[in-house]
Design a protein around this ligand. Structure first.
Ligand code: IVH
Length: 691
């Protein structure tokens, strides 16, 4: 095999690898520009070697867990260019082809120039003006059904009203997220110690593929429509005419488009858009140039991959070259180790950059990145700069490949990498690095706020093995502290006092301090506001947790996993027996029936089940479908069956409708749990009738 053939195979594999990351997992490791470079290299080689490049077809975003459905018309990709000359050639090609087909257009060709939004393409089906389905591009022929997530987009018309509405149509558009939402989501993720999304597109791609529409609703997806997929019954002469129809029907449309004649004005529009797009709230990575006349579009047709009547002009992302001074690591709260490039500060896209993420060990190996290298960094809509490649020609003879495993060992970081995983994680349970991190987090201002317990003290306590778990803090004695460096009687006493008073610190601070995966300060506050105490929180089922605003499936399962881990159980037991008893000041927001579980059975005299549920929930109670020992009350109406019997055998208080209404009257206006708790107790003991 020649070198060129070898490179061809390598490129095919690389592109397949990056396709998988981009389309299926929404976590690309390289920017679009880098990807396009690989594709261009492959295309050039395929011509040179005369081999058909099968991977030139569109990628495939379909994933497990989604129903795949066919598109009425294929969803195509676009040919890309970074070069104005190629836009001119594109126009020339069209003129020549149309001339050949006997359709020479008098004068210049009519074009529409639109922003190219960097999001995820979607096909929306409307039947008689009613939104019925949303599909991803998939493999172009069939896509994943994401209707449940797309439904949450507020600007999506669910029913269109207006003139000339086709009976059946597929509209093509782009789902995106604005920079502000990305920042909001990333801030929360940072707090929870989760990896950040590099750009709005990745977050969008991840969000449209959530299985739970409620989670997607929290992410604030947005939409812009731009094209015809399939239209039944109505003929449009121009794409711009369809655009006008989309606007009149109330669809969210581009901030600006250009309708021009001739390639000179196309180029002007492309340049103007480049100036304007910097102020757009959503990410754009180029301009799309489309023939406006639909008859001419049809004459030109498509290749296997893309229409011949359109081209995407991509704006070059800004790049800079700088020195990679060192590779360091960042250790997340959950022990994940991320390599970081420490750079000689350099100006890039308007800001000084001194660090860039290196993602993981494989990324370093694949790009052969070594400390001392000059590297190309790029920021293309991304918040976090990326190291694109190494300037190998600038390497000196002393340069040696970087070995991540050896590096970790030298730093004294005990970590391992599970087979099939890309991430290294801290190992040893009693790992001092991990203990230090946990204690620092627990004592920090944002968590338990223990004064006088700074880095220097924690380092000593951990290295002397006096503290290897949070509970050990409460076992410290005066003699232990006085023996530490720079500790006198006064500082020892102060620290002991601070630790002692942390025993009744606020509950949310304690929850945050535990370092539960995915639970940051805000989530800890939400949890404390929803449960009276730690015991109630520990009893909560996933269903209970999911009722809390701000708690999704990921958070709920992290919390449950935390309680069920033997080591954590031990820690909580230890803390309790050492007298740690956080108080919950946020529990004021606990409603009178918080934590109470109702089961409804039989038909009530005046209220429907839904109305009864609304009353119970408005008082903070929860309605469950089956009776168990966790049930607080059974609300029974006529023809109540086996549930009533079961409640009676379990000794659960039975209420009737008047009792519920009485309860409502009684509690209304008394939001404070402290004042109503005795009443609830009384109710539980006696039934409600004498309230
Ligand atoms: S037209 C057949 N217009 O870019 C033509 N696409 O690289 C199909 N995109 O899959 C696309 N903004 O997801 C078109 N104004 C725009 C666009 C746009 C973004 C996306 C779309 C498409 C991809 C092709």
């Amino acid at each position: 095999m020649s070198d060129k053939e070898k490179r061809f195979t390598e490129l095919q594999e690389l592109i397949r690898y990056h396709d998988e990351l981009y389309y299926r997992h929404a976590v690309p490791e390289i920017t679009d520009a880098e990807y396009d470079r690989l594709k261009k290299e492959l295309l050039d080689l395929s011509v040179e070697l005369n081999i058909p490049a099968e991977v030139m077809l569109v990628g495939d975003d379909r994933i497990e867990g989604f129903v795949t459905k066919p598109h009425r018309e294929p969803m195509m990709s676009l040919d890309n260019t970074y070069n104005e000359g190629e836009v001119i050639n594109f126009d020339k090609r069209l003129q020549e082809a149309l001339l050949k087909a006997g359709n020479a257009v008098a004068g210049e060709l009519p074009y529409v120039v639109e922003p190219k939004i960097d999001g995820v393409s979607v096909s929306l089906t409307y039947k008689e003006g009613v939104f019925v389905q949303a599909l991803t591009r998939g493999n172009g022929i069939e896509g994943d059904d994401i209707t449940h997530n797309v439904k949450t987009i507020t600007s999506l018309p669910k029913k269109i009203i207006g003139k000339r509405i086709p009976e059946l149509m597929e509209i093509r558009g782009e789902i995106y997220m604005d920079y502000a939402t990305l920042q909001k989501v990333n801030k929360l993720r940072e707090e929870k110690g989760l990896p950040l999304y590099a750009n709005p597109r990745n977050l969008t791609a991840g969000t449209v593929k959530l299985l739970d529409g409620r989670e997607a609703a929290k992410r604030d997806l947005k939409l812009i429509v731009y094209g015809i997929g399939y239209v039944d019954g109505i003929e449009y002469e121009r794409l711009s005419e369809f655009h006008d129809a989309l606007v009149s029907w109330g669809f969210p449309f581009h901030r600006k488009t250009w309708r021009v004649n001739g390639v000179d004005d196309v180029i002007k529009a492309i340049r103007e858009l480049d100036r304007l797009r910097k102020d757009f709230v959503y990410p754009t990575d180029g301009a799309v140039v489309k023939l406006d006349r639909i008859d001419l579009q049809q004459l030109m047709g498509s290749t296997a991959k893309a229409p011949r009547w359109a081209i995407a002009y991509k704006y070059a992302p800004e790049e800079a070259i700088t020195l990679l001074k060192a590779i360091t690591v960042q250790i997340g709260r959950t022990g994940a180790i991320t390599p970081v490039a420490e750079l000689e500060p350099v100006l890039l896209s308007g800001s000084m950059v001194s660090r860039a993420t290196l993602h993981n060990e494989d990324e370093i190996t694949r790009k052969d990145i070594r400390p001392g290298d000059y590297v190309v960094i790029q920021k293309a809509g991304e918040i976090i700069p990326q190291v694109m490649r190494v300037c190998k020609e600038k390497r000196t003879w002393e340069s040696k490949p970087f070995d991540f495993a050896v590096f970790l060992k030298e730093k004294g970081i005990e970590a391992n990498r599970e087979p099939g995983q890309s991430v290294w994680r801290l190992t040893a349970k009693k790992d001092p690095v991990k203990a230090r991190r946990q204690i620092m987090h627990y004592a920090s201002k944002q968590a338990m706020d223990i004064e006088n317990l700074g880095v220097a003290v924690v380092d000593q306590l951990v290295s002397k093995e006096l503290v290897l778990a949070i509970a050990d803090l409460y076992r410290l004695r005066y003699e232990d502290l006085i023996a530490l460096e720079k500790f006198g009687p006064k500082s020892a006493e102060n620290l002991l006092r601070a630790i002692e008073s942390s025993k009744t610190q606020e509950l949310w601070r304690f929850i945050h301090g535990l370092g539960i995966l995915n639970v940051g300060a805000q989530t800890a506050k939400d949890l404390a506001a929803s449960f009276p105490d730690l015991a109630a929180l520990k009893r909560a089922t996933a269903e209970d947790l999911l009722k809390i605003d701000g708690v999704g499936e990921v958070v709920a399962s992290s919390i449950i996993a935390y309680w069920s881990d033997a080591e954590n159980q031990q820690l909580l037991d230890d803390l309790e027996s050492l007298g740690v008893c956080p108080r919950n000041l946020l529990s004021k927001s606990v409603k009178p029936l918080s934590g109470k579980v109702f089961v409804l059975t039989g038909s009530l005299p005046t209220l429907s089940r839904e109305e009864a549920t609304v009353i119970i929930e408005s008082l903070g109670g929860r309605v469950s479908s089956s009776v168990s020992s966790k049930t607080s009350f059974v609300l029974a109406g006529e023809d109540a069956g086996s549930k009533l019997e079961k409640a009676q055998t379990l000794g659960i208080t039975i209420l009737d409708e008047p009792a519920l209404l009485e309860m409502k009257k009684h509690f209304e206006g008394k939001g404070d749990a402290d004042t109503v708790e005795p009443l609830i107790k009384k109710t539980e003991r006696q039934g409600l009738l004498d309230l």
